[in-house]
Design a protein around this ligand. Structure first.
Ligand code: NAP
Length: 488
């Protein structure tokens, strides 16, 4: 395949202070189409010096003494929303080519991203200063919501536009300039979005800055720089832990959206058709590469055989292919490493007594060169299997049978992660007990739905700190400043 062509990709560069800029030394890195393995672009590989300049550009856009008004910031949010919606088909096409997810899903992700700017614009008034109703100590107390400052935003490849939208919408709402580092597998979607903003949204120069390139030099500057008081990161728990350590000496504010290992629980009394439909949509979105994807399936003994048979039929019928091809339901995995991880989890489950219910034996798959992992279902899963503890991030469902509510709550919680879980039961009391006991930030009840701009989303335990979306997410980039005023 030829290099990608698009009116939104005229500059395969970073964006600093309102200008497209190459790497100082002119170096680039290659971006692949995971469906074909072809290189589709070479993007600027920037480093520490460019990151420093992006931070300086952000500082020049930060206004503390005469803050941008609520109406000005609302205008930015609406302009970004409109820019993304106007270009959603083209940004979606680029996203499909560099990520591999089906085209319809990719375009849908752009619409989803625009929703965060729309939501923040509507709820901006929550950020107005206010006087508290009491007069403690005989004083008038005013609370101002100040921008935390220039923020570093670091995003993963699995939602190349969705994950930045959550952060950038809240940062703009707060009046925080940002320095954004996209994932190296999927920088093109971000570049395309920046071009859309450059063309259509009149943001102050330096308000949004893009620095593409290898993680260490960019990340190290963001962690160490005294004028970057906050980092917001979405990605793996391992890198999140590194950022906690690397920012400790500066006592930076961190918002961390990290890994998951979601249990999907089906009780005997559940509507099995609904559970099946929701499980399929939840599990195979993005090829199984989302943080809220089901990682472990627990089905109660009375319906386990029936549900396993229904599920095996559906899993076997899924259409795997290039995301650009009509009818594709699952695209490729992002990398060979991603493919190898899924194979390792399936192999491990089978070696420890799992029963293959749908999909091939891992040994039938090519040793290398393919990123298309056939959807796989394995039954008789036990807690010692790797898939019960690590995030698989691919189209593999390990299924275990459980007998009691207490047992499945304990097994569901038996993970370091606490991001998403799903419970299917018609019994309201049982649902309330189970959901209350599950230590996950997002628990679907008779729904496999992931997050939405209107509601807070985030993890417990090693899945992170902070919330994105909802009114709670609006406050992520805010410092509350309290002013008790005496009479003069
Ligand atoms: P990752 O390897 O942690 O990378 C995420 C981002 O961090 C990338 O931009 C990466 O840059 C950058 N990075 C890596 N090392 C860094 C360092 N030392 N300093 C600063 N930045 C660094 O994660 P991923 O594989 O892209 O994403 C998958 C993970 O994200 C999964 O665990 C998934 O569950 C999680 N996730 C969580 C949520 C949530 O809402 N909780 C949502 C989506 C994904 P390079 O690409 O250049 O290496």
């Amino acid at each position: 395949m030829a290099l990608i062509e698009s009116p939104l990709l005229q500059h395969l560069e970073g964006y600093i202070g309102g200008q497209w800029v190459p790497a100082d030394d002119g170096s680039t890195f290659a971006v692949d189409n995971p469906a074909t393995g072809d290189t589709i672009a070479h993007v600027a590989a920037m480093g520490a010096a460019e990151t420093e300049r992006a931070i300086a550009a952000g500082q020049s856009a930060l206004r503390l003494q005469e803050p941008y008004s609520i109406e000005t910031r609302r205008g930015w949010l609406e302009a970004v929303r409109d820019a993304l919606l106007a270009e959603q088909d083209e940004i979606g096409r680029i996203l499909c080519l560099e990520h591999g997810k089906p085209l319809g899903e990719a375009v849908g992700e752009v619409t989803y991203a625009a929703g965060f700017f729309d939501y923040c614009a509507k709820y901006m008034d929550e950020l107005k200063s206010h006087v508290i109703p009491e007069r403690p100590k005989g004083l008038e107390w005013t609370v101002h919501y100040r921008p935390v400052g220039v923020v570093g935003l670091i995003t993963p490849w699995n939602f190349p536009i969705g994950m930045i939208a959550k952060k950038l919408a809240a940062a703009l709402a707060a009046g925080c300039p940002s320095v954004i580092k996209p994932a190296s597998e999927t920088p093109l979607t971000m570049i395309a979005a920046f071009q859309a903003l450059h063309d259509r949204a009149d943001l102050p120069a330096g308000m949004v800055n893009l620095v593409s390139g290898p993680p260490a030099p960019i990340g190290d500057v963001l962690c160490d720089h005294p004028e970057v008081p906050m980092l917001s990161f979405t990605g793996s728990t391992g890198v999140g832990q590194h950022l906690i350590r690397a920012t400790a000496h500066r006592v930076k504010k961190l918002s961390l959206e990290l890994g998951g290992n979601a249990p999907f629980i089906v009780f005997d009394d559940a509507d099995l058709d609904a559970a099946l439909e929701n499980l399929m949509a939840n599990k195979f979105r993005g090829g199984g590469q989302t943080c809220v994807c089901t990682n472990r399936l627990y089905v109660q003994s009375g319906v386990a055989d029936t549900f396993a048979a229904m599920l095996a039929k559906k899993v076997s019928a899924l259409k795997v292919g290039d995301g650009m091809a009509e009818g594709t339901e699952i695209g490729p995995l992002i990398s060979q490493a991603g493919f190898d991880k899924v194979r390792r989890h399936v192999q491990d489950a089978l070696a420890k007594g799992g029963e293959l219910l749908a999909g091939p034996e891992p040994k039938e798959l090519p040793a290398s060169g393919s990123r298309f992992y056939p959807p796989t279902l394995v039954g008789k899963v036990t807690p010692d299997m790797v898939c019960c503890h690590e995030e698989t991030f691919g189209p593999f469902i390990p299924m275990a049978v459980f007998h009691s509510e207490e047992e499945v709550i304990a097994r569901g919680n038996d993970t370091e992660f606490g991001l998403a879980a799903y419970v299917f039961t018609r019994d309201e009391q049982r649902a309330a007990r189970t959901i209350g006991a599950l230590r996950f930030g997002h628990v679907g009840w008779n729904s496999g739905s992931g997050p939405t701009p209107e509601a807070p989303f985030g993890g417990m335990k090693s899945s992170g700190v902070g919330r994105e979306g909802g009114v709670e997410g609006l406050f992520e980039f805010i410092e509350a400043q309290t002013v008790p005023r005496g009479d003069q």
